[in-house]
Design a protein around this ligand. Structure first.
Ligand code: XMP
Length: 338
């Protein structure tokens, strides 16, 4: 089947029909075709990919692993901006599936790239640049004189759309912005899921044998917790938003919302603790109903749940004296704050 015919199947069965009635046969065909496509593109060469533990990069890891076996090397770049204990969680999960992961500790590199930056787009650009340079080093470590190397990347349709619409520079969009990855960073990029939206990616994840905790995992932005910090990204501020994220994810898991997160604000506000003034930090909680992140509405979270979250965050996250809930739709809001 040619690629064009295959695109038609995707359009019809994945994108248009929505989440519930995606045809499993079409998903299976898609997996076979994409696996062949990767095998053909890479030829005798090698590929590497970065796995974040989200559904997009997990699907790409599985497709690449099926296509190339041990000619694919998968790296978890620990940028210091992930959820708590994420490196351990992701590498042991994939170890169980039979896919080895190498963890690259790049925390200091990312923190120094982000130091002093407050502007949201500057922050995204600094993250992106650091990400691809870190990857460039991994490529150089893998490259031999006769080896052709490819990068498999989990860019999806929404990433491209939002970047081209100039809503946000998604960290993984290159070619569509006129950036030639071969010239700029030294490797070719293959993007197997570039024309799928989230529900379709999840359908592929289920069919390709990923556990539910991955296939149904809520989205997490490429720039990680840096996308949830207003103002400068420092290790201390990341720790604050990471702790708040943990509380929010634990408390809102059962609601089945599309995505839920915590944001750290830049300005402090006057609070009180132990009868004394405490000029402390503010956390904003967001919980989204959405199909594909293109538009969204705030989930009607029960008020008792919100007060539990506020109590826990002000108790468990040092320095936080105020917790708010965002009640704005997307648009004009966006899902993340940066
Ligand atoms: P926004 O904030 O633009 O987010 O409404 C839409 C969806 O995309 C996720 N997101 C990203 N994903 N790289 C990604 O891979 C990024 O740079 C990025 N920024 C936002 C966000 O979590 C939401 O699901």
């Amino acid at each position: 089947m040619g690629y064009d015919d295959f695109s038609n199947i995707k359009e019809k069965d994945f994108l248009a029909s929505g989440k519930s009635d995606i045809d499993r046969g079409a998903v299976r065909n898609y997996i076979v075709d994409k696996t062949n496509e990767i095998r053909y593109a890479v030829g005798e060469g090698y590929a590497i990919n970065a796995l974040s533990g989200g559904v997009d990069s997990s699907v790409v890891t599985m497709l690449g692993h099926r296509a190339l076996g041990d000619r694919l090397r998968t790296y978890f770049i620990d940028d210091g901006l992930m959820r708590e204990n994420e490196a351990n969680y992701v590498s042991s999960l994939f170890y169980q599936i039979g896919v080895p992961i190498e963890v690259v500790d790049s925390k200091e590199r990312f923190f120094s790239a982000l130091r002093g930056i407050e502007d949201p787009e500057d922050k995204r650009n600094a993250f992106t640049d650091c990400f691809y340079k870190t990857f460039g080093d991994i490529v150089r470590n893998n490259a031999g004189p006769e080896r052709k190397l490819f990068l498999l990347q989990g860019t999806n349709y929404t990433d491209v759309e939002e970047t081209l619409a100039k809503v946000k520079r998604q960290h993984n969009v290159l070619a569509q912005l006129g950036i030639d990855p071969l010239k700029t960073y030294g490797y070719d990029v293959i993007e197997p899921i570039i024309d799928l939206r989230k529900p379709a990616v999840r359908a592929v994840a289920r069919e390709i044998g990923l556990p539910k905790e991955v296939s149904e995992r809520i989205p997490f932005p490429g720039p990680g917790l840096a996308a949830r910090i207003i103002g400068e990204v420092t290790p201390g501020r990341v720790e604050t938003v990471r702790k708040a994220t943990k509380v929010v994810e634990q408390e809102l898991y059962d609601l089945g919302a599309f995505q839920y997160l915590a944001i750290l604000h830049k300005d402090n506000v006057t609070g009180m603790r132990d009868g004394k003034r405490d000029f402390g930090q503010q956390i904003e909680v967001r919980c989204w109903d959405s199909k594909d992140a293109v538009t969204g509405a705030p989930t009607k979270v029960p008020f008792e749940k919100l007060t539990t979250i506020a109590d826990r965050i002000t108790r468990e996250v040092p320095g936080v004296v105020s917790v708010t809930y965002n009640i704005t739709k997307k648009p004009p809001s966006t899902i993340e704050a940066v």
